[in-house]
Design a protein around this ligand. Structure first.
Ligand code: FES
Ligand code: FES
Length: 391
């Protein structure tokens, strides 16, 4: 066995591996990053392409042990990356995928083309794609998608920058970076810094303005507002009401703990920490935190802003604004609508549990269970209500 240290999608990874273990197998089987596909296993088809210290590489013919000290980005690590997001949208718009098997490797290569060759024309794009095989599309849609993103970049170089996000700043192998995207990236970084500052200041609006997904919920709890406000200052009581949560420590507004979530047969255990800040005048509490599920190497970070309003003398209206970012393999199983339905269900469980606890009874829901069938039913109900204008 050989010891190897890598950075994978921004997280430090140390492992003991067989000398002949290929990087693709290490990513898929040890880190569960199954977005990296394996086709030929001979370095021919390009399905396994990842970024190795910023440059595309075949992970099926790269020994993991030989990658000591390297920075690896898989398709999962490109979540939120400016160029990759534009390419994803362009792939959809131009019908650049059918079965999708080649798509992760294709996107990694396409991102490299866009960043390295800002002036590439149709024939150069096709030449650059020669190392990525697609058995379905005939390549026309893929080439059009890349052309579309390059066209947008050139237009933005004239002042039409409309970028939405950027994560990876790794340079292309020859150091060139499409200037329009560099500008957009810098702009986005400025906006990200501003958003982080707003979050630190516990401004509820920052959650809505963040580039991360946001969820807004409203609940009514059948207890007086003063009682709920006192309960929010008691982390142990709150943790007892949150399905799947376990509080490890709570010291002066800093908390540490665990949160278990079940997504169908997959159970994730997020371990992390956070902070609570209170605004007495506005009756508002802000919880910011982050955690990691070590088994899947999925990271969750977010902010929840809870604001109380009186609803008569015996009830309280609770507004919850959640902004979150999920990075890692479980993203595939926890897309926006599912997370929204899950958050709604979890918030209702917390409200129910809080009512019971404050009435001196035990909590009723123990584990946050992301049941796919239940969530699908909930989503269908919500859509029907919206279509029938019941809400
Ligand atoms: S699986 Fe690596 S190139 Fe085909
Ligand atoms: S979309 Fe099926 S192999 Fe490319």
């Amino acid at each position: 066995m050989m010891r190897v240290n890598l950075t994978v999608n921004g997280a430090a990874v140390t492992a003991n591996v067989e000398p002949r273990l290929q990087l693709a197998d290490f990513l898929r089987e040890h880190l569960l990053l199954t977005g990296t596909h394996i086709g030929c296993e001979h370095g021919v088809c390009g399905a396994c392409t990842v970024l190795l210290s910023g440059a595309p590489a075949r992970s099926c013919i790269a020994y993991t042990a030989a990658c000591e000290g390297a920075e690896v980005h898989t398709i999962e690590g490109l979540e939120g990356d400016l160029t990759a997001e534009r390419l994803r949208a362009a792939f959809s718009a131009e019908h650049a995928l059918q079965c999708g098997y080649c798509t992760p490797g294709m996107l990694v290569t396409a991102r490299d083309i866009v960043l390295r060759l800002p002036d590439a024309d149709a024939s150069r794009i096709r030449l650059e794609l020669a190392g990525n095989l697609c058995r379905c599309t005939g390549y026309a849609g893929i080439a059009r998608a890349i052309e579309r993103v390059l066209r947008e970049a050139r237009a933005e170089a004239g002042g039409l920058v409309t970028a939405t996000s950027g994560v990876i700043s790794a340079q292309a192998p020859d150091g060139a970076l499409n200037p329009a995207f560099r500008e957009a990236d810098n702009e986005q970084r400025g906006r990200d810094d501003e958003a982080a500052e707003q979050t630190r200041a516990s401004d509820a609006n920052s959650a809505r303005e963040s580039t991360d997904p946001t969820i807004a919920l409203r609940l009514r709890i059948q207890r007086p507002r003063a009682e709920i406000w006192r309960a929010l200052h008691d982390p142990a009581l709150l943790a007892a009401c949150v399905p799947g949560a376990r509080l490890v420590s709570a010291v002066e507004g800093h908390i540490a703990g665990e949160m278990q979530l079940a997504l169908g047969p997959i159970v994730a255990l997020f371990t992390g920490s956070g902070s609570l800040t209170f605004d007495d005048a506005a009756q508002r509490v802000t919880l910011s935190g982050e955690g990691t599920d070590r088994r899947s190497a999925t990271r969750l970070s977010g902010t929840a802003v809870v604001t109380l309003a009186e609803a008569g003398s015996a009830a309280t209206d609770v507004a919850v604004a959640i902004s979150y970012a999920l990075r890692g393999p479980l993203v595939q199983l926890a897309r926006g609508p599912f997370v929204r339905a899950f958050a709604t269900g979890a918030a209702e469980s917390v409200a129910r549990n809080l009512e019971r606890r404050l009435a001196g009874e035990p909590s009723v829901v123990e584990l946050a269970h992301l049941s796919l069938s239940r969530l699908l039913m909930r989503m269908v109900r919500q859509r029907l209500r919206r279509w029938l204008h019941l809400r």
